[in-house]
Write a protein that binds this ligand. Structure first.
Ligand code: ADP
Ligand code: MG
Length: 580
């Protein structure tokens, strides 16, 4: 299929009439921008109304360098992308930490401001009349003036960008970018640094638009502000939405369809109506509404749902290297005087306990006792008001989740924090993020293939251990609650835990599943993993754990072997009092 498409792409300019030759170049230019939006809006969930402005930045930079300094457009390409990079980085740094609508608003402001500068700084940009007589791009002395030659340049650059983006999306970074959108806490718990990932996503999308802007000005060999307006930016967003904003083929579909549609309607509508006017805009709007009515999530998801599904072979082979550093002789985790209040409510109050190496410690207590809050404090999701946490003889009080997970403090969530749109295997692979190292650029160049294979094998092994292997290629959204809990455990195992924090892993499981879970936890201890287990289910906890810590209203009321704790009057009071 791909080979056929490539041959077609090579032959296309020589079989198409001139009008379509030009159209195909504009198609490639639009697809570059829309692919960036696929990453930024579709996957990371960040909306930008400023992509056309990034096109303008690169386009004008190259045009000005060519006309005023006389350098080759190739130098202009790199200069244009460098300037785009700097602007995107600055804008990103200012906005990615902000929540909600700040990023879209900031991109509108940036888009409008840049458009005004392009239109009114006449001495530099030629104002609305623009700058003409730009040089053509030359390859080995051949000037690409003819659209049939330019076709290869535009599609070549598009395919390079698309390939890099595809690799990125299917790498450790891409999985985290997709995860970030759904649930930043879960993403951070497996090693992501959300602001950093968002920033690079924004920059990479802007660079795609930058390449498009450069192609545009050297194709029409003229530059003025109108192709870089807010309307143009919105038009690219519409392309992304029509194609299916979270899908890679959708970016090509949307860009191709709307680039063609606009032109065809301009020609067709006057023929049909027998008069000209702006009627094509109405037809255009109606067609868009029709498409989105038929396929609310865009065209590609609609097509995809009708294609036969293929299940890839299970990833076999060598997994990732296990942790090498030795563990301390003393206790693995020491908690001293841990305290956290929410407003006036003391959720955790002066809690102290230690977890010994190789044990299963149960942390129990009635609902609202502060168990989940304790987990969040240990993992670094919350900062304690007071107290100390020492893990593997390192103080980790107030550290971030992405730091604690690297040390081997790995947790599951009481309410599963999974990513329904990703496959079960991809969800489990998120756990391998802190154990893999390929930087973004290496992923984009495809240099991470070996590490990716091992990460997939490692995640698959974790799925086998919890009994989810045959569901590896289903979307996580299709799992039952019990299976989701197993996947939570599998993802944690893929992170190679030293201390595994399990928050009510048995809630919602059937009796048989609970026994299997207890069996799994025992096996994990035999393999050397220490477990801190929170659960409601007294039966499960009392048969499984070596020691218990009992919490009530944020305080520790008892600690010891299960049999002794079960008879403790304070514990009986807390549990029976709570039940009565
Ligand atoms: P457990 O897991 O033992 O059932 P939690 O740690 O979830 O208990 O909650 C302890 C107490 O803290 C409860 O009273 C709960 O309502 C409160 N609490 C937990 N998280 C928050 C929060 N983010 N904001 C305000 N109150 C909270
Ligand atoms: Mg809880």
């Amino acid at each position: 299929m791909i080979a056929l498409a490539l041959v077609l792409l090579l032959a296309l300019p020589w079989v198409l009439p001139p009008f379509y030759q030009t159209l195909f170049v504009f198609y490639a230019i639009a697809a570059l921008v829309v692919l960036g939006l696929y990453l930024l809006t579709g996957l990371a969930g960040l909306t930008s109304f400023g992509q056309a402005a990034f096109m303008g930045v690169a386009g004008y930079t190259s045009a000005l360098l060519a006309l005023r300094v006389g350098v080759s457009p190739w130098v202009g390409l790199f200069a244009g992308l460098a300037v785009t990079f700097v602007f995107a980085l600055l804008l990103g740094l200012l906005t990615v930490r902000l929540k909600g609508h700040y990023l879209p608003l900031a991109t509108i402001a940036w888009q409008v401001a840049l458009y005004i500068v392009m239109g009114s700084w006449v001495a530099l940009t030629g104002g609305r009349t623009g700058l003409s007589d730009l040089p053509a791009v030359a390859v080995f002395g051949l000037e690409l003036r003819d659209p049939r030659y330019f076709h290869y340049l535009a599609w070549g650059l598009l395919l390079l960008y698309a390939l890099a983006l595809y690799r990125l999306v299917h790498s450790r970074h891409g999985r985290m970018i997709r995860a970030l959108r759904g649930d930043a806490v879960a993403a951070a718990s497996f090693g992501a640094r959300p602001p950093e990932l968002k920033l690079w996503t924004f920059v990479i999308a802007a660079l795609g638009a930058g390449i498009a802007g450069w192609l545009y000005v050297h194709f029409v060999r003229f530059v003025n502000p109108s192709p870089f307006s807010l309307e143009a930016s919105i038009f690219y967003l519409i392309m992304a939405v029509v194609g299916g904003v979270g899908s890679f083929p959708g970016a090509f579909l949307g860009a191709g369809l709307l680039t063609g549609l606009e032109q065809w309607l301009k020609d067709l509508v006057p023929l049909v109506l027998g008069k000209s006017g702006n009627y094509e805009v109405i037809a255009y709007g109606l067609i868009l509404v029709g498409i989105l009515h038929l396929a609310p999530r865009g065209l590609w998801p609609w097509v995809e749902a009708r294609l036969p599904r293929r299940t890839p072979p299970p990833p076999e082979g060598e997994g990732l290297a296990p942790r090498a550093e030795p563990l301390p002789e003393g206790p693995l985790l020491v908690v001293e005087d841990l305290t956290k209040s929410f407003g006036g409510l003391l959720a955790v109050n002066g809690l102290s306990f230690a977890v010994r190496r190789g044990e299963i410690l149960g942390l129990i207590g009635p609902n609202g006792a502060g168990k989940s809050t304790t987990f969040n404090l240990l993992a670094g999701v919350l900062r304690p008001d007071r107290g100390r946490i020492v893990f593997r003889e390192r103080e980790i009080t107030g550290r971030y989740p992405f730091e604690t997970v690297r040390l081997g403090l790995v947790r599951t969530f009481q309410h599963p924090h999974l990513f329904p749109e990703m496959t079960v295997l991809e969800n489990a692979m998120l756990g391998t993020y802190p154990r893999t190292h390929a930087p973004m650029l290496a992923s984009m160049l495809g240099l991470d293939a070996n590490e990716e294979r091992r990460a997939a094998a490692e995640a698959y092994r974790a799925l086998v251990r919890v009994g989810l292997a045959e569901k590896a290629f289903l979307k996580a959204g299709a799992l039952s609650l019990g299976e989701q809990r197993k996947l939570e455990v599998a993802r944690a195992l893929a992170a190679d835990p030293v201390l595994l924090l399990l928050d009510e892993p048995a809630a919602g499981l059937r009796a048989g599943e609970k026994r299997a879970l207890a069996e799994l936890i025992r096996r994990l201890r035999e393999e050397g993993i220490t477990v801190l287990l929170v659960d409601h289910d007294m039966e499960l906890v009392m048969h499984l754990v070596d020691r218990v810590v009992v919490m009530h209203y944020g305080e520790k009321i008892a600690e010891g072997p299960p049999e002794a704790v079960q008879r403790d009057p304070a514990v009986l009071e807390a549990y029976l009092g709570g039940a009565a």
